[in-house]
Design a binder for this molecule. Structure first.
Ligand SMILES: NC(=O)c1ccc[n+]([C@@H]2O[C@H](COP(=O)([O-])OP(=O)(O)OC[C@H]3O[C@@H](n4cnc5c(N)ncnc54)[C@H](OP(=O)(O)O)[C@@H]3O)[C@@H](O)[C@H]2O)c1
Length: 285
């Protein structure tokens, strides 16, 4: 078995490599890739193969994927450029004769109104059209996404949001990495499957603030504001307008329930409950 992982210089991809190693997959059957292989030196020292793979450079992708049974395409982080980048990766996988492509998508990608969903939906369509055997891991929210709000709550005692009563079924990044590793260990068992992955519990922002309060040892309250008020506050705090609009857009999707589905599919895939939101916040604190 040979497995190639894109985005292994990032947090999720690295966790997947570490999970595969911990589960006993021989290091020389794993290829960790990224734009800068120097960031993978410690994995190389453990015997993991490394290769440069840049979504903007199709030749690098094809060379990195050559001979792989399975490729994990970790969605890129350059929002707005990802459809073309992912198309390059899918075409490279097809041209390299890869047997199975696994992709990290977003929860309910096909119907979601989340601001992030269109790029994932388009990528899924490219994968389906490629004819490659595939697994779609539609990842919900990482609890770690609230690290910055946790630091703000430490300083201000408040969580600023415009997500209203929207719930979030978050899980920890290592939970999602464990799911990807489970699929990579036995891809045939997950051929042409779509998994809606999320935490076991859908929490409210009041519950988030209470958990932050316990983690920080201070009172934390929710400041639930209008989208307009949220955007103005973020710009006032120094964010540029585009970033502020993006953050508010995420909260709008959250308010509309885009991150609320607690499907149980993640815990079933990893064979244990997902990590509770409060536990992840406590370790971040
Ligand atoms: N579910 C969620 O809550 C959530 C939250 C945030 C992000 N995401 C998505 O999940 C992905 C993985 O999350 P993460 O926490 O591991 O993100 P991350 O730490 O930012 O890692 C992103 C990875 O994508 C790679 N990448 C970006 N542009 C690339 C390009 N043009 N060519 C090749 N590689 C490229 C980065 O490589 P470099 O080291 O070269 O930059 C890095 O390895 C993200 O990229 C994003 O699509 C999901």
């Amino acid at each position: 078995m040979s497995v190639v992982i894109t985005g292994a210089t990032g947090r999720l991809g690295r966790l997947v490599v570490e999970d595969l190693l911990a589960g006993g997959l021989p290091a020389d059957q794993i290829t960790a890739t990224g734009r800068d292989t120097a960031k993978l030196a410690d994995l190389a020292a453990q015997g993991v193969r490394t290769a440069r793979a840049d979504f903007g450079d199709p030749a690098s992708l094809k060379a990195a994927f050559e001979g792989a049974d399975t490729v994990l395409l970790v969605s890129g982080s350059e929002v707005g450029r990802r459809v073309d980048q992912h198309r390059n990766a899918v075409e490279a996988a097809r041209d390299a004769g890869v047997g199975h492509l696994v992709y990290t998508s977003v929860l309910n990608a096909a119907e979601s109104s989340l601001i992030l969903a269109p790029e994932h939906k388009a990528t899924e369509e490219i994968i389906l059209a490629s004819g490659l055997t595939h697994t779609l891991l539609r990842n919900g929210w990482y609890t770690e996404n609230y690290e910055q709000q946790l630091q703000q709550a430490r300083e201000t005692g408040a969580v600023l949001t415009s997500a209203g009563a929207g719930r979030v079924a978050s899980a920890s990044r290592p939970d999602y990495a464990a799911a990807a590793a489970a699929v990579l260990r036995d891809p045939a068992a997950h051929a042409d499957r779509v998994y809606e992955l999320s935490g076991d519990t859908a929490w409210t922002f009041d519950e988030l603030a209470a958990a932050m309060g316990r983690a920080l040892g201070r009172e934390v309250v929710v400041h639930d504001v209008t989208p307009e008020g949220h955007q103005a506050a973020l710009i006032g705090a120094g964010l540029d307008e585009g970033t502020a609009r993006f953050v508010v857009g995420l909260d709008t999707g959250t308010r509309e329930g885009g991150l609320a589905s607690a499907t149980g599919e993640l815990s079933r895939l990893i064979g244990r409950p997902t990590t509770p939101m409060a536990e992840t916040l406590a370790s971040l604190a």
